[in-house]
Design a protein around this ligand. Structure first.
Ligand code: MG
Length: 380
């Protein structure tokens, strides 16, 4: 069923701790199942990208975002004849390492960790599945396949790549990840650009009129108006957004099919050896997508209402980090034990890493509550 350039169970580079094959599932189904059952996955429900979780039940959370990425990724994978289960596993796991409060939280934690090796959410997602989840008797983490871990590690600074063994080599030698990883990566981009438009409209941060400056939006807005002149309210924006997603997916599939036909990779190794990704948009669509991204950055992510929230998030993360670093006795038992162990192994960097792990694992609401418990004298 799978194309020759797809990742298959038989050719997997396997798990760090060898296990016998599952009986009625594939290897990547097992990865997906382990991800769905892990605690970091459940916490995605109360973590956000742009909005803080308590701002409203209508907005995307990292959990619904991950499910949308899996949906888009699987649709693309099926047409291309590549491994849907692997795409789904990577999509569901790709944000497991995210801090509370979205990008603001990640930037703040990276600032706090500047002298201790920094903080990268991609590396943290890998850390969650490799080490931090404690569920199985025979190994730490979830013991996922090489291919799922490769897909989770989307980016990585070169100085970290050297420490990652086999997983880091592609960054050092400029190789590509599997097509499945490439699809999950682009599906992420398609999902967040479009749902940020949808959430931004709902929150009143941006308007249809403003969005008409954007070619991709304007094209579909006109189309919807022509087809349904009487339509109003939220159905207008939904009709536009679903058309944009479809347009992006169709362009991606057709462009990628053409590149696959041209390069004709005989197997996954040939995919990895390519000089660039084979999954991608046409030049025209890349330009349109970039225009939308720029618009969102300028009008939504930097909107004063969003900025107030991100400024608060930054203060909370910095305060929590400093407080726990200076007085580890404030940490709950498990986190404190991790900190002592980290310190024994890696000195102050190990200590900071344990604090970062504790903070990164928090949901938005837990981080706010923890801040209150530490700094508000009226709350215990
Ligand atoms: Mg994402």
């Amino acid at each position: 069923m799978l194309a020759p350039y797809a990742v298959s169970d038989a050719e997997s580079r396997g798990r760090r701790y060898p296990e016998s094959s599952p009986r009625y599932r594939g290897e990547f189904q097992r990865d997906r199942d382990r991800i769905v059952h892990c605690s970091a996955f459940r916490r995605l429900e109360y973590k956000t990208q742009v909005f803080v979780n308590h701002e409203g039940d209508m907005f995307r959370t990292r959990l619904t975002h991950s499910i949308e990425v899996a949906q888009i990724g699987r649709s693309i994978a099926r047409v291309l004849g590549i491994n849907e289960d692997l795409v789904e596993a990577v999509a569901l796991a790709h944000d497991l390492g995210h801090t509370p409060f979205g990008h603001a939280g990640q930037d703040a934690l990276n600032d706090c960790m500047r002298d201790y090796g920094g903080f990268e959410h991609n590396l943290q997602s890998l850390r969650v599945v490799d080490e931090l989840e404690q569920r199985y008797a025979e190994f730490p983490g979830l013991n996922l396949t090489f291919e799922t871990r490769e897909g989770i590690l989307k980016h990585c600074a070169l100085h970290h790549a050297g420490e990652l063994g086999e997983l880091g080599t592609r960054f050092l030698h400029q190789q590509q990840p599997s097509l499945e990883a490439q699809v999950a990566n682009v599906a992420d981009e398609i999902a967040y650009n479009n749902h940020d438009v949808d959430d931004g409209l709902r929150a009143g941060l941006i308007t249809l009129e403003q969005l008409d400056e954007i070619t991709l939006f304007d094209e579909h807005h006109r189309q919807v108006r022509e087809l349904f002149p009487q339509l109003n309210g939220r159905r207008v924006s939904h009709e536009i957004v679903r058309r944009m997603i479809n347009h992006l997916v169709v362009d991606l599939v057709e462009t990628s099919q053409a590149r696959l036909a041209e390069y004709d990779p005989v197997d996954v190794s040939a995919v990895r050896a390519c000089s660039g990704p084979l999954i991608g948009f046409s030049d025209g669509m890349k330009e349109k997508s970039l225009q939308l991204k720029r618009f969102l950055r300028k009008n939504m992510y930097r909107h004063y209402r969003v900025h107030r929230m991100t400024a608060k998030a930054r203060r909370i993360i910095h305060a929590l980090f400093d407080e726990f670093m200076n007085d580890p006795a404030l940490l709950p038992d498990e986190a404190r034990i991790n900190l002592w162990e980290g310190e024994q192994e890696g000195g102050s960097s190990g200590r900071a890493r344990a604090v970062a792990d504790y903070i990164a694992g928090m949901t938005d609401r837990f981080a706010i509550a923890e801040y209150e418990r530490l700094f508000n004298p009226h709350i215990t």
